[in-house]
Ligand binder design. Structure first.
Ligand code: PMP
Length: 357
């Protein structure tokens, strides 16, 4: 019998990424997508103009070296260009980190539940996931994560704030954790929702990477900057880490329109952060409304809230759909709901009040 090409054994084991669903259309009812932690605001006009300008040269490849983007980020963050690596969304950086730092069979430690791409990227790199359950309040159990490090551990991810549960890690918790991690283990601090954080003792990622050569930060233009469709994220780490990330990156992975939009967004950061402030206010309103309705939900530091619903998750998601909002169910565990348009947030509060408990 003819042999067919076989993918590596780990490929069959890669979990499926289940993206947030669009809402079910309901005649006479505006529907809202609250299932992908997107920013409800469209890009600022200047950002669209910059991208359209770049689109005129789409017969050309983008600048593979991302040089203008690195210069803008270097200025904005006050870090050397050598410490930056841009990629096709910060999710690509997670893949690149595993590919660059893990031999097949090496272990990667991260909290669970957390961002669903971690096990996908780990399995794709033939690495072994060591998932450390989050505490009942949705926080990382950093003691248990430190204890889970073995001789095979090459990478640890700290997702702060944690998607989907919401709380962030404090600087003193992170410092105590880093003191327990051997210096040859790479610590990835996933700061996808950094700009939404309003907690006491929030981490200072840049100061942390400067103090710890084994720390790399991953960040994105998808959330606070509202550029999810452009796919651009970046890492900040030592030149050795950033260099490894660049070496394994897809050539020309960040399109010229994405580079232009990201640069224009950095120039408009003040206007964008006003919107972030409005979303943070809406988050407070949602959290208060949901708690006033009797729910015990974890601290929310991202642009989303978490309902630990267990077996009632699908029922909750269906009830949300009836109200014209689509949430992100994780079967048997809970539902994550993004902070969206004011009317969408009103409906979530209404759902919290009316969902039979
Ligand atoms: N990290 C976390 C924690 C996320 O929630 C997400 C997006 N859902 C990402 C990384 C990836 O975002 P992007 O690839 O759009 O930058």
């Amino acid at each position: 019998m003819a042999q067919t090409p076989q993918a590596r054994a780990n490929v069959a084991a890669i979990p499926t990424y289940v993206p947030g669903k669009p809402p079910t259309p309901r005649p006479g009812l505006t529907t809202f997508k609250l299932s992908s932690n997107e920013n409800p605001y469209p890009p600022l006009p200047g950002v669209v103009e910059a991208a359209l300008g770049a689109a005129e040269a789409m017969n050309r490849y983008p600048d593979m070296g991302n040089s203008a983007l690195y210069a803008a980020l270097s200025d904005y963050l006050d870090v050397p260009v050598s410490d930056l690596a841009a990629a096709t969304g910060s999710v690509a950086l997670i893949y690149q980190l595993f590919n660059a730092f893990c031999e097949p069979g090496d272990e990667v430690v991260y909290a669970w539940r957390s961002f669903e791409a971690y096990p996908i990227a780990a399995t794709a790199a033939a690495a072994v996931s060591v998932q450390v359950p989050v505490r009942p309040d949705g926080r990382h159990d950093l003691d248990a994560m430190a204890a889970a490090i073995t001789d095979r551990t090459r990478v640890v991810i700290v997702c702060t704030p944690n998607n989907p549960t919401g709380p962030g890690v404090t600087q003193s918790e992170l410092d105590a954790f880093l003191a327990r991690v051997p210096s040859h283990v790479l610590v990835v601090v996933d700061e996808a929702y950094l700009e939404f954080v309003r907690m006491d003792e929030a981490i200072d990622g840049l100061a942390t990477y400067r103090a710890h050569p084994n720390v790399v930060l991953t960040r994105t233009f998808s959330k606070a900057y509202g550029l999810a469709g452009f796919r651009v994220g970046y890492a900040v780490g030592s030149p050795a880490i950033a260099g490894a990330l660049r070496a394994v990156s897809l050539p020309f992975g960040v399109s010229s329109v994405a580079q232009a939009a990201a640069i224009a967004s950095l120039a408009s950061a003040d206007a964008l952060f006003e919107r972030v402030g409005a979303l943070v206010d809406e988050r407070s309103r949602v959290v208060e409304g949901v708690r006033a309705a009797g729910w015990d939900i974890p601290d929310a530091q991202g642009n989303f809230v978490w309902f630990a619903l267990g077996e009632r998750t699908d029922e909750f998601a269906a009830a949300a759909d009836e109200l014209g909002i689509v949430v992100r169910p994780f079967a048997g565990e809970g539902a994550r709901v993004s902070i969206g348009e004011d009317e969408a947030n009103d409906r979530l509060i209404e759902l919290a009040r009316t969902f039979p408990r």
